[in-house]
Design a protein around this ligand. Sequence first.
Ligand SMILES: Nc1ncnc2c1ncn2[C@@H]1O[C@H](COP(=O)(O)OP(=O)(O)OP(=O)(O)O)[C@@H](O)[C@H]1O
Length: 268
Amino acid sequence: MQEFFHLYGYRFNWLNTLDLTIVIILVIQLYRLLKGSLAFNIFVGLLMIYLVYFLVERLRMPILTTILQSFINVGLIAIIIIFQPEIRKFLLVLGKKAPLSKDSFFTKLFLPDKFKSYKEEENIINEVITAVGRMAGSRTGALIVVANTYRVKFDTASSILLDSNINAKLLESIFAKASPLHDGALIIVGNKILAAKVILPVSENPDLPHRIGLRHRSAVGITEHSDNIALIVSEERGTISYAQDGKLVQDISLEELKVKMYEVLVDG
Ligand SMILES: Nc1ncnc2c1ncn2[C@@H]1O[C@H](COP(=O)(O)OP(=O)(O)OP(=O)(O)O)[C@@H](O)[C@H]1O
């Protein structure tokens, strides 16, 4: 293939320029995915091992090269084990953007899904919004996870399985301070309340605001490795927030929450 340009002794043609561009894009995407998580420091550590290996190999330092080579040989398996949650999330994001996934251009164009009625989703959104609005007004703390799949993982031992219809009054009575189910999170999947009193994984992200407590941190935690969304009503301040993709968006209006829920439940 015809050469394109030379750089430090490397010959570049169109194909390996494309190769390099794809690698750079992948590294940037990986950086954006891991930024703010503990896995980010591990990612930087691994990157440094690769860079040092690259350097010592080029400088022809045989002992260091052999030592680092043995690290790199088991590297792929180590990466899969260490980054298992991140790889899952990456594949999830990839699957959502795949040509035949629900929200892709091709699906919307060729499948009749776009003519589907969203009455049920609208009803769920209205019930949740009504309950969240009332609970914010009365400063009743609440944590609602809207999960995308029935395979959502949570600690069933500590929670109460419900499998009931979604109704604003029911949501309010679950989170009422006197209710035995008010502590912990409530999980909604499809058109059902799956469980209440659920203990969620607490996020260890050091970049989260220091003043937030466990309710907000666990909302972030459940969205770090899945495409769930978690809604929070603060007991202390009566404010509404949500967590998605490991990020917390605080103090939103009911209208903004409604738009977000439409985005998640109706648009994809
Ligand atoms: N791991 C967890 N999973 C689910 N819910 C939790 C978890 N940890 C705490 N909670 C809920 O959060 C409540 C404590 O909230 P805390 O005051 O620490 O958080 P916060 O983010 O400051 O919320 P608020 O603004 O409502 O006070 C607990 O009573 C419990 O209901």
